[in-house]
Design a binder for this molecule. Structure first.
Ligand code: SAM
Length: 322
């Protein structure tokens, strides 16, 4: 097992199935262009091999499928069918929910039981302004269908000053009423925001402000979370839970166990580092050749992790696999 001086190792893998997305969220995609998937994206089979090799080489236990938008990818079905046989402790998926109703039977059939659905507002006009693609009604329909089918749902919201702060309480109430756990993700200095610190600071809303907003209406207590969790969890007694991923306010780099594999075959050990390590070519090699080379690259990827705090990075989230 590869472990660093701080005792960190890779346990959680995020795989970006495709960089293509049917949204172009203002804070994620710089100029509103919905980049199409690059020609050199890996096949479903190569990505599954990547997961299998990383289970062995890095000790990966849990997988999150992300993107881009995983539900738009033609690789989704083949990937899900094969990856579910690898013996992982948990496989979950992050989606914007736009195609959820249509893809739900496949998700259920292939054993997906947990979803993170990104939704920044319940207001249709603000939705169009922020997501620059899709429609709110389809997401809400998908959420109801997934919930009725028994999936465990977390909702991800990025609070943005001037755009959706008025939605913090409506989204919290929406989630509490349905047993969903709302996750506030503090805006990260990623992609174009890493170069536009003014723009970042104008939009950024930190955890203390969020907790004050919520505390004005509800009493809440801090709840337990796994040691390497990225979210601080809170319980509103008798009503439910919410969490805050406080990259800026309460950095969690010291316990980070995440590794990312992009759809074009690059390993990223840290969101905040511009280093990346190409493994696409290794995934065509047999296990005994691939694993030693992979292990050498994993040592470097683990060394890319920040010691204490996230400081941002120029890679666009939809490319690195948010
Ligand atoms: N398309 C899927 C979705 O919408 O969930 C998966 C990919 S998306 C890049 C994953 C998550 O990253 C979303 O919840 C999105 O809001 C978040 N995200 C993207 N850019 C971000 C940024 N600069 N700061 C914080 N979160 C960001």
């Amino acid at each position: 097992m590869i472990v660093d001086r701080q005792g960190r190792r890779f346990r959680n893998l995020r795989i970006s199935l495709t960089a293509a997305c049917n949204y172009a969220c203002t804070y994620c995609v710089p100029d509103g262009k919905r980049l199409v998937a690059a020609q050199d994206e890996l096949s479903a089979q190569a990505l599954v091999r990547g997961v299998a090799y990383l289970i062995e080489a890095a000790g990966i236990e849990r997988l999150r499928i992300t993107g881009g938008e995983p539900l738009v990818s033609p690789k989704l079905e083949a990937f899900l069918r094969e990856v579910s046989g690898l013996g992982l402790q948990d496989i979950s998926l992050t989606t914007n929910g736009q195609l959820l109703t249509r893809k739900l039977p496949l998700l259920l059939e292939t054993g997906i039981r947990r979803l993170n659905v990104s939704l920044d507002t319940l207001d249709p006009q603000a939705f169009r302004r922020i997501a620059r693609g899709g429609d709110l009604a389809s997401v809400l329909e998908g959420l109801e269908a997934a919930s009725a089918a028994g999936l465990k749902i977390k909702l991800n919201m990025v609070p943005l000053r001037g755009q959706n702060l008025d939605q913090v309480m409506p989204l919290l109430d929406y989630c509490l009423a349905r047993g969903f756990e709302l996750r506030f993700i503090e805006l990260m200095r990623m992609g174009h925001l890493a170069r536009d610190l003014n723009g970042f600071q104008q939009q950024f809303v930190g955890m203390p402000e969020l907790l004050a907003l919520i505390g004005a209406r509800y009493e809440y207590l801090q709840a337990d979370a796994p040691q390497d969790a990225t979210a601080l969890r809170y319980e509103i007694p008798g009503q439910g839970f919410f969490g805050v991923i406080a990259n800026e306010s309460v950095p969690f780099c010291r316990t980070c166990s995440r590794l990312r594999l992009s759809s074009t075959g690059w390993l990223h050990g840290c969101l905040s580092s511009s280093n990346r390590h190409f493994v696409g070519d290794l995934l065509d090699k047999p296990r005994h050749e691939a694993l030693p080379a992979l292990q050498r690259l994993l040592v470097r990827a683990l060394g890319d992790k920040q010691e204490v705090a996230f400081s941002g990075g120029v890679t666009v989230m939809k490319i690195i696999g948010g």
